[in-house]
Design a protein. Structure first.
Length: 29
């Protein structure tokens, strides 16, 4: 159960990080 929650939190943080990268790239263009 704890591992499942950890993987969910990690995936959530990764998705936010990727979205931020895309936003930064769009602003540079």
């Amino acid at each position: 159960m704890i591992l499942l929650l950890n993987s969910l939190c990690l995936g959530f943080l990764m998705s936010i990080w990727i979205l931020n990268l895309f936003k930064i790239q769009k602003q540079d263009m």
